[in-house]
Structure formats: structure tokens, C-alpha cells
Design a protein around this ligand. Structure first.
Ligand SMILES: Cc1cc2nc3c(=O)[nH]c(=O)nc-3n(C[C@H](O)[C@H](O)[C@H](O)COP(=O)(O)OP(=O)(O)OC[C@H]3O[C@@H](n4cnc5c(N)ncnc54)[C@H](O)[C@@H]3O)c2cc1C
Length: 566
């Protein structure tokens, strides 16, 4: 961050609510106004401040109708929040959990952990030092390595804890075998998922009945209730309270005029990310606005409330920008690493990369458009590649591919059929017909496909360097073209925090009593979402949720949670 930027943003953050107006003056000084632009922040359209930088007034006492006291307040009933609440309660704290929706939030289900009992049982070993090094390389060192080490050492035991609770409520847990096995953009076998015993693990067009976090989160909720956690649903947190001693001491939540003051010496922010807040995306991660779609349940609940409330009491956002975003090809066709072409029918990349990378590189092509092209034998070849440990990744039929089962070709074909029906995949008996259905120049596509077939014959991708094992000929009709659709799942940047999960101010000083866990937390990712550990979003919800809960209950998670030796 350059000197000018320090002047505008840090002044605001340091001065917190009361000092916000003074910082505005600094931002609008001649020569300084462009500082945010220089730092990569387009200035907001009609004002010189982001809306969250405006001064906020303390909510008047007369609007508070009720006061509730506890040891810990957790804001947000997602995986991180419920884990934190339960963990605090297990260590003797009285806990109030407040959630703005009428129920918990759960999505997906891939969860990273290192060296869990399940991994040990299945004989899965990784060089975790190498995993961390890869992770750091992905972020170009722009995150806090101490957080990665905390995660690495503690995630296995936190997973074992969650598995024990899941099993108590009748759930099964297995590892996901569909991870990406390419040598360059490799993913590691670290991904766990929960499911009901009789769940059908075929992911035909989004089937997740009885699978993933929709099974784990309610189990954690039941367990938390049994340990006395009070769930306040339909209760949005609106302001975090800080005493004159600088410590956070509660939260105001509820509806205007009928607020409840939750008083507690420890408050944990677990409000998720800000993927549904376009202004925050414009500020912290403009590239994320390019995604074709956003899937979210519950719809639009992730508006960055926790980040904003933290900043209003002096907390800072993570040091490095732009923030990463989790963007996968979720809403369109599966790419499988076949030949990719842009809207002009031209090849533009080495397709041997993970779903995140494909989603992002496509955005840079004309109109953000890309297609994957294959022929009659394409899916059979993918099965051979995956079963030979040469490929993998988020192929939809294999979303819940359980450990040891291999690539399920039938499920993949059913998914393809469904995609053809709804127009995500088009088919044709000639490349000319395919080009016209894709609306790309016919001559270009013919040229591109014939060049690709030539590379296949040569067994040498001299154009983009794809591994020869992944070159597949496009010669036998029917031909297929799947339209790729980038889908924003989660913003992967958040509030600055230390290894105790305490929120930090811009100078790195902890704000006593204020913790953050899950997607609202920062310093863990930078620039991009590292898919080397599929499920790392959920992994940190579980691990840091548990650590924050124990810490907020006044105990030391570093002593209580067993570590693995790395
Ligand atoms: C479709 C989809 C699939 C995904 N699959 C995976 C996957 O397989 N693996 C993976 O690692 N990641 C996945 N992700 C990302 C992952 O789901 C998120 O990173 C994760 O849910 C974050 O959990 P959290 O507990 O931090 O926040 P959330 O789950 O977002 O929960 C936050 C809660 O806080 C509440 N809240 C917000 N503001 C307030 C307020 N002011 N007052 C009170 N409550 C508030 C929200 O309503 C919400 O219930 C997926 C995301 C999507 C959208």
C-alpha cells in the first residue's frame, strides 16, 4: 500500500466511528483523492466515501427493549458460527447466538482437514509442509503464514470432533476422491464430506439430498442446543458495542425500535462473506463482479455486515487486496479439460487447470465467453484419465465421488443428458453445425479443431503445453460443446485477524473481546482462492470456528486442541 493510500484508508480505520469525518477530509484533498484509484480501488460513483466509511450514530437507549447477558455472543448461524457457539458452550460459557435469517446457513459440503482419523484410516498421507508452501505460492505470500500453520496443525482434530458429532446424529463421513490430480495445478486428498447413511451420492443435476453441510450443520445445531446455546433466529445484529476501555462488550440486534442489547465480554463475528454486496466487491475485488452467476442459499444473506460492524469499532480489513473470490464453473457445463475455445472459435489456453482457474481465465476472453469441445468418446476418455490418476476436479457427476469408488461414467452421462436438455451443452453431427449452434465463426472452429487433432496425433501440444495424456481427438460424431459459466460462490477476503482469532486494527493491535471466524475472517487467502485443498473455505470455518469459540470461553485452543506434527 502506498503512502497516499495509507493516509486515506488508515486514518479512517484508526479513528473508527468518531474519526470517520476527519478521514473523509483527507480522502478528498487534492492529489489524495486519486489514492484509492491508484491502489486499485475505483472510487464510488457519487460520493467520496464507501457507504461503510460513513460515521454511524450509536443506537439510542430508548430503542432498546430488552437486555440479555451471557459470556459469549456469536453473530451468524453458518458452519463457523454454530461451531464457535457449540465449542464455547462445551467449555462452560453461556452463549447467545444471533442470526438474521429464520434458520441456519449451509451450502456445499467439501471440507478440508489435514490428517484426520478418517484420512489415517484410509491410509491417505500428504506432505503438509509442501501443501503450505504451495498455498503460499498461490497467494504470493500475501497472507499471514501463521494462520496457515494454525489451520494445518489443528484442522485434523477439529474434523475428528465434527465427525464424532455427525456420527452421534447418524451421519457418515467419507473422503472425496474426485480431486484434481494433475501435476501442475494439483489438488490434495484432504476433502471430507458428511452424508446420511442411505443418501444417493450420484450428483445428477445438483442432487445433494442428504449430503454435505445441510446434514452437518443441523447436527451441530442440535448438539449446541443440547449444550444450552440459545439460538435467536430472525435477529439481525446491527451494531457492535465497545466500552471506554477499548474492549468490545456486546452487540445490539433486532428490529428498529425493538432492539435487544446482548451484553457479553466476548463477541464472535461469523457473518460469512460479502458476495451479495456489490459495493464491497467493487472496492475489494472488482474482478469478482465479472462472474456470470452467483448461487447462494439463503439468498443474499452475505452482505458483509460483520466486516462493516468490525470496521465501525476500529477493526481493519485484511492487509492485501484484491481479495480472492471463490469462482467455480458451477452454473454451466463441466469443462473436463477438453479443447476450450472462445467466442471467436479460437483456442486460448492450456485447459489442464482447475475449475477456479478456468472460470477466471474465461472472463478475460471476448464477452467472457468460452466453450469446451469434445466428441462421442470424450467422457469415456475422461474416465480413463481420472481412474489412472491423471485428471479430476469438479466434474459434476463426481461432486460426491466417494473414496475408492472410481469415476462413475453412468452418472456423468446422466448429467450430460440433463445439460443437453436445458441447453448448457449443444450437440451436432458436424463441426460446422456445432459452430452454428454455438454462434462462433465456422471457419475458425474448423481450423481450431483440426489443429487440435493434429496436436493429438503429434502427442505434443506445442501451442499451449497441455500434458499429452489429456489431448483427446475430436473426430467421431456426435460432437459436443458445453458453455462454461463462472459462478461466484464466496468472497475469500475479510477482517484482519491474528492467530487467536482476535480482530485487529490497522496497526495490528487486537480489539479485545472481538473475534472473527469463517468467511468473514481475513489474512488467510490473497488474490485468488487456492483450490489445492478443495473445501478449504469450510475447513477454516470448522477449525477457526472451534478455536474462536474455545478462546472466547476463556480457554486456550492451542493447548486444548491436539496438533499434528507437520
Ligand atoms: C453453492 C455453494 C457451494 C459451496 N460449496 C463449498 C464447498 O463444498 N466447500 C467449501 O469449502 N466452501 C464451499 N462454499 C463456500 C462456503 O459455503 C462458505 O465459505 C461458508 O458457507 C462460509 O461459512 P460461514 O459460517 O463463515 O458463513 P455463512 O455460512 O455465510 O453463515 C453466515 C451467517 O451469518 C448470518 N448473518 C449475516 N449477517 C448477519 C447479521 N447482521 N446478523 C445476524 N446474522 C447475520 C447469515 O444470514 C448466515 O446465516 C460454497 C458456497 C456456495 C454458495
Amino acid at each position: 500500500m502506498d503512502e497516499k493510500t495509507k493516509l486515506s484508508r488508515r486514518n479512517f480505520i484508526k479513528t473508527g466511528i468518531a474519526g470517520a469525518a476527519a478521514a473523509v477530509t483527507a480522502v478528498s484533498l487534492p492529489g489524495i483523492a486519486s489514492a484509492d484509484t491508484a491502489a486499485g480501488h475505483p472510487l464510488p460513483n457519487e460520493c467520496t466515501q464507501w457507504s461503510w466509511e460513513k460515521p454511524v450514530k450509536a443506537i439510542p437507549e430508548k430503542q432498546i427493549k430488552k437486555t440479555v447477558k451471557s459470556d459469549v455472543v456469536v453473530i451468524g448461524a453458518g458452519l463457523a458460527g454454530i461451531t464457535a457457539a457449540l465449542s464455547a458452550a462445551e467449555f462452560g460459557a453461556s452463549v447467545q447466538l444471533i442470526e438474521k435469517n429464520n434458520t441456519w446457513a449451509a451450502r456445499g459440503g467439501h471440507i478440508t482437514a489435514f490428517d484426520s482419523k478418517i484420512q489415517k484410516r484410509l491410509g491417505i498421507k500428504n506432505n503438509y509442509r509442501q501443501v503450505i508452501r504451495d498455498w503460499i505460492a498461490w497467494a504470493q505470500g500475501r497472507m499471514d503464514e501463521r494462520l496457515l500453520w494454525s489451520f494445518a496443525e489443528k484442522s485434523g482434530a477439529c474434523m475428528d470432533w465434527a465427525v464424532a458429532i455427525g456420527e452421534k446424529y447418524g451421519l457418515k463421513v467419507t473422503m472425496w476422491e474426485g480431486y484434481y490430480k494433475g501435476p501442475d495445478y494439483t489438488e490434495y486428498p484432504v476433502t471430507h464430506f458428511f452424508h446420511e447413511e442411505d443418501a444417493d451420492l450420484s450428483y445428477v443435476y445438483g442432487n445433494s439430498k442428504g449430503i454435505g453441510n445441510v446434514t452437518l450443520v443441523p447436527a451441530l445445531e442440535k448438539e449446541a442446543k443440547s449444550k444450552g446455546v440459545a439460538f435467536n433466529y430472525g435477529t439481525p445484529a446491527v451494531q457492535i458495542l465497545k466500552g471506554s476501555d477499548g474492549r468490545v462488550n456486546g452487540v445490539i440486534a433486532g428490529k428498529p425500535g425493538k432492539y435487544t442489547k446482548f451484553i457479553a465480554p466476548s463477541v464472535i463475528i461469523a457473518t460469512g462473506d460479502y458476495a451479495s454486496n456489490d459495493e464491497m466487491k467493487r472496492c475489494y475485488s472488482p474482478f469478482s463482479l465479472k462472474a456470470d452467476a452467483q448461487i447462494y442459499f439463503p439468498n443474499k444473506c452475505n452482505t458483509g455486515d460483520g466486516h462493516i460492524m468490525a470496521m465501525q469499532v476500529g477493526g481493519a480489513m485484511q492487509r492485501h487486496e484484491p481479495h480472492g473470490a471463490t469462482v467455480h464453473l458451477e452454473a454451466g457445463a463441466a469443462s473436463y479439460g477438453f479443447l476450450h475455445v472462445n467466442a471467436l472459435g479460437n483456442r486460448f489456453k492450456n485447459e489442464d487447470v482447475n475449475t477456479q482457474s478456468k472460470s477466471c481465465s474465461k472472463e478475460l476472453e471476448p464477452g467472457g465467453i468460452a466453450w469446451t469441445i469434445y466428441d462421442r468418446d470424450g467422457l469415456t476418455q475422461v474416465k480413463k484419465q481420472v481412474d489412472a490418476n491423471l485428471a479430476g476436479g469438479l466434474f459434476y457427476g463426481q461432486m460426491w465421488q466417494p473414496w475408492g469408488n472410481g469415476f462413475n461414467l453412468e452418472v456423468e452421462k446422466m448429467t450430460q443428458e440433463a445439460h443437453i436438455k436445458d441447453g448448457k451443452v449443444v450437440t451436432a453431427s458436424s463441426i460446422e453445425e456445432l459452430a452454428s449452434k454455438m454462434n462462433v465463426p465456422v471457419e475458425n472452429l474448423i481450423k481450431t479443431v483440426s489443429r487440435y487433432n493434429e496436436l493429438y496425433k503429434m502427442q505434443d501440444d506445442v501451442d499451449f503445453g497441455k500434458r499429452k495424456e489429456l489431448l483427446t481427438p475430436i473426430i467421431n460424431p456426435p460432437f459436443y460443446a458445453g458453455k462454461l459459466f463462472s459462478t461466484l460462490l464466496t468472497m475469500s477476503g475479510g477482517v484482519r485477524t491474528d492467530s487467536n482469532l482476535l480482530v485487529l486494527d490497522a496497526e495490528g493491535n487486537p480489539i479485545q473481546g472481538l473475534y472473527v471466524a469463517g468467511s468473514a475472517g481475513g489474512e488467510f487467502f490473497a488474490n485468488d482462492y487456492p483450490t489445492i485443498c478443495p473445501g478449504i473455505n469450510h475447513g477454516r470455518c470448522l477449525t477457526f470456528g472451534r478455536m474462536a469459540g474455545i478462546k472466547a470461553a476463556g480457554k486456550d485452543p492451542y493447548k486444548i486442541i491436539p496438533s499434528i506434527k507437520i
